[in-house]
Design a protein around this ligand. Structure first.
Ligand code: BGC
Length: 751
């Protein structure tokens, strides 16, 4: 007994010594880096300092309007470039770095790239991944993307995009984690951890970038780059928390957004960049502009020319200028004219140099450009297996009438029809990376995936039927012909991959072309039909949902799309994903999201909707709500228990609930906990997600899970924008979605 307690004491002491040692070590490292940064800075001319704030695109690939000036080499030699984007590959990055090493101070270049959902291995688009509600899987996806990209000479990814998106007309919803702030913040945290790993500078890590700061997702009318009209409340409560979560995860950089907020473009928004980010939140990394956004302020109309644009951006706290050339062309004059204090430039340079030191570039500028490692990591056989698993976890089962799915592997004849069946690159979605030297068709097509799955006994027939767009119905006859011979039809339709993404806003969210007409024709055969919807955003496809027997929302799933889809179709994986955006009934219903406020005249159901805050010609409900998604099995929720029904501010309530798998298949369920602050000093949303758990259950198995309610979960910004939990009654809601409420109770926060 005595021995046991002695060893426990030794263990505790050792633990504290280690914690103390590592805290001191990291303090020492910080001090050490700060000293090195200061000594480099003291050697720099003003020209060289401004060079560090300048980022150019490489000459060969662009993700924005490019300026090919043919003079990059010279400028790097003269210390006028701090970073290059869209430069990939161990050899290519090495060749630019070699030039930087011939500059007077030999300050290494930073190579940045949009590694948004994979590098060589493409993972599902981020919105799809968010539907997994699986934070470990999401982190692993980012980890592998970082492993590949960092082996290819890249230091820095312009990801994660953490913009909350409530409007599916906005094409960039595909890049984020949906409409909910709580879930998106968890995902932001996981993605930053995944990209960056545990400590800065690991050889298989990338620096991450939280973008686009801020409120870009609130673009009016869902039109990309549009203005944002934003209250402080909405900004703090809905749009900022995922950025704060990224910061808490240690994100190295932030990117400004293209939009203005209440008239001030983010790139010159000192309230956002200085007051909130750098001062209130104490962010020590650096801020990069979005592509050309410094110069674009001239068109916004808040500055007259590039000179003023550079002044406004650097003053507000934007440290690096991506491709607008306003800094490189104007900062020197601005300093000489006394319009920009040198201290501002020094601060920005120090932030950038610090990161270059942290990731070890001053020790070895070529440490990320190793062709051998690149070859090994880009061909790592583990990566496609992870991509397949992530893809399976991202597919949402929307409908499964009469349990048509999963299909039996003994089916005699399947007609696999549609314009996306044999496509390769389409499966990658927007923001994939064309890695130099890698065949961009390194994809398992949906056809291939099905063929791999069914084996020789099944007769697999194919017809394209129609194109994604256009009016041509010439292929319908062939599609009907093979459909008539089949036991089941699988129809793969949707958007083209570049119909969602940057600058891809749409006013019409229907499935394009004649694809739904093709479905109409196929329905006349009377054969059961499974529809796969491939897309980057919530679409409006009521005819399909109302008429096909089964619908899988596959999004864009990446390199392993075909295998993942086949796994679901045949029950080798039981669908477990749930929507992270509300799916509208029609475009006219947008914006629609689950955590809205009530009104004084709320419509409570469809019978009640006239003269209420609802449309007279539309249901009050969306087509599919936030949190919705089916499984091949069913789950029963029971025994909701609260450890107490009154809590004080410093207390907690333990909530337990039992989930039972009542179906035939093993499966996973995302159990969602929502809260409603019944009476607040200001009106509160009808419900807000505050926790969730994803659990796996065998048929017949039950598990009891617990959640903890603390005052943090009850807090909100009051009228003075103070973060407070107000005493009073709260409704606790346990749901299988935001609408499918299974259990509820009430509790009280007391003084
Ligand atoms: C996008 C950013 C992206 C940048 C660099 C911009 O157009 O808005 O998200 O990181 O280009 O490619």
């Amino acid at each position: 007994m005595k021995l046991k307690s002695t060893s426990a004491i030794i263990l505790i002491i050792t633990f504290f010594v280690i914690v103390h040692y590592s805290q001191n070590k990291s303090k020492d490292q910080k001090k050490d880096i700060a000293q090195k940064v200061d000594s480099v800075l003291s050697l720099m001319t003003l020209d060289e300092k401004i060079g560090q704030l300048n980022q150019y695109n490489d000459d060969w690939q662009a993700t924005g309007p490019i300026t090919l000036d043919g003079d990059k080499e010279n400028q790097i030699l003269n210390g006028k470039v701090g970073s290059i984007l869209n430069c990939m590959g161990a050899e290519r990055t090495k060749s630019w770095q070699k030039i930087a090493m011939q500059s007077r101070l030999k300050i290494p270049l930073l190579f940045g790239q949009d590694v948004v959902h994979g590098y060589k291995t493409t993972f599902p688009i981020p919105l799809a991944e968010s539907c997994s509600w699986d934070l470990e899987a999401v982190e692993l996806s980012a980890r592998i993307s970082a492993t590949e990209a960092s082996a290819s000479g890249i230091h820095w990814t312009f990801a994660p995009m953490v913009d909350i998106a409530r409007d599916p007309r906005w094409g960039r919803v595909m890049e984020g984690a949906g409409e909910d702030t709580y879930l998106a913040s968890k995902i932001a945290y996981a993605r930053v951890k995944g990209f960056q790993g545990d400590k800065p500078g690991a050889i298989n890590s990338l620096m991450a970038c939280a973008k686009h700061f801020a409120a870009y997702g609130a673009a009016i009318g869902g039109r990309d780059y549009n203005s944002v009209d934003m209250s402080d409340r909405l900004l703090w409560e809905i749009y900022l928390p995922p950025f704060k979560a990224a910061l808490d995860a240690g994100v190295a950089t932030f990117m400004t957004s293209f939009n203005d907020i209440n008239g001030v473009p983010s790139t010159a928004n000192s309230y956002l960049l200085r007051d909130i980010l750098k001062e209130k939140w104490g962010f020590e990394g650096f801020v990069v502009s979005d592509w050309g956004s410094v110069g674009e302020m001239i068109r916004h109309g808040n500055v007259k020319n590039e000179y003023e644009a550079a002044r406004a951006a650097i003053t507000a706290g934007c440290d690096m200028d991506m491709e607008s050339r306003c800094y490189i062309n104007n900062l020197e004059a601005l300093v000489h004219d006394g319009k920009v204090p040198i201290a501002l430039i020094d601060d920005a340079v120090k932030r950038i140099l610090r990161k270059k030191f942290e990731i070890g570039l001053f020790d070895d500028p070529f440490r990320f450009c190793n062709s051998e490692r690149e070859k090994k990591e880009l061909n790592n056989p583990y990566h496609p297996a992870v991509a397949r698993d992530m893809a399976r976890k991202s597919i949402v089962l929307l409908k499964n009438e009469n349990n048509l799915l999963p299909l039996s592997k003994d089916i005699k004849t399947i007609a696999f029809i549609g314009p996306l069946v044999k496509e390769l690159k389409q499966n990658k979605g927007f923001w994939d990376v064309d890695v130099p030297g890698v065949d961009s068709n390194f994809i398992v097509s949906q056809w291939e995936g099905l063929k791999n799955k069914v084996g020789d006994k099944t007769n697999l027939l194919y017809a394209k039927g129609c194109d994604i767009e256009g009016e041509n119905k010439n292929g319908f006859a062939e599609a009907i012909k093979i459909a008539e011979q089949a036991d089941v039809i699988i129809l793969s339709i949707g958007e083209r991959r570049d119909m969602s993404g940057e600058a891809k806003s749409r006013s019409n969210l229907n499935i394009p072309g004649v694809q739904e007409d093709l479905l109409k024709e196929l329905l006349t055969t009377g054969k059961p039909i499974v529809v796969l919807i491939n897309t980057g955003r919530p679409l409006v496809f009521n005819f399909t949902v109302d008429n096909a027997q089964a619908v899988l929302y596959t999004w864009w799933l990446g390199s392993e799309a075909g295998n993942a889809i086949a796994d679901l179709l045949f029950g080798d994986y039981n669908p477990s994903a749930k929507l992270t955006m509300t799916f509208p009934l029609s475009v006219g219903q947008i914006p629609i999201y689950y955590n809205h406020f009530n009104t004084g005249r709320p419509a409570l159901n469809d019978e009640d909707r006239f003269y209420r805050s609802a449309y007279t010609d539309l249901s009050i409900y969306p087509k599919f709500e936030f949190g919705y998604g089916l499984s091949y099995t069913s789950f029963q929720y029971s025994e909701l228990h609260l450890s107490k029904h009154k809590m004080k501010h410093d207390e907690k309530i333990e909530v337990s609930v039992t989930i039972t798998n009542t179906g035939k298949y093993a499966g996973e369920e995302v159990v969602q906990l929502y809260l409603r602050d019944v009476v607040g000093s200001i009106a509160r949303p009808v419900k807000e997600l505050k926790d969730f758990k994803k659990i796996k259950l065998e048929p017949g198995e039950s598990k009891t899970i617990t959640f903890t309610i603390d005052s943090e979960k009850l807090s909100f910004y009051n009228q003075k924008l103070e973060w407070v939990a107000e005493p009073g009654e709260f409704e606790l809601i346990i749901g299988a979605s935001s609408r499918d409420i299974r259990l509820s109770d009430h509790f009280e926060l007391v003084e």
